[in-house]
Write a protein that binds this ligand. Structure first.
Ligand SMILES: [Zn+2]
Length: 60
């Protein structure tokens, strides 16, 4: 695809630190390219509410 109406744009996206799923939130373009006001509550893939927290590595 190399059409003129297809543009590449940098937008905010999220990555689940639990399952690695990446997604773009359904917010306005202003928020996508500017500052996200609210982060998603859960990961749409694994439904984890702790998607933004990395698993703690146990020291042994
Ligand atoms: Zn996830």
């Amino acid at each position: 695809m190399n059409e003129k109406y297809i543009i590449k744009k940098e937008v905010n996206a999220f990555k689940c630190l639990r399952c690695g799923h990446e997604w773009i939130p359904r917010v306005s373009m202003a928020e996508l390219t500017g500052t996200i006001k609210e982060k998603p509550r859960i990961c749409p893939n694994c439904k984890s509410a702790y998607w933004d927290l990395e698993k703690k590595k146990k020291k042994k």
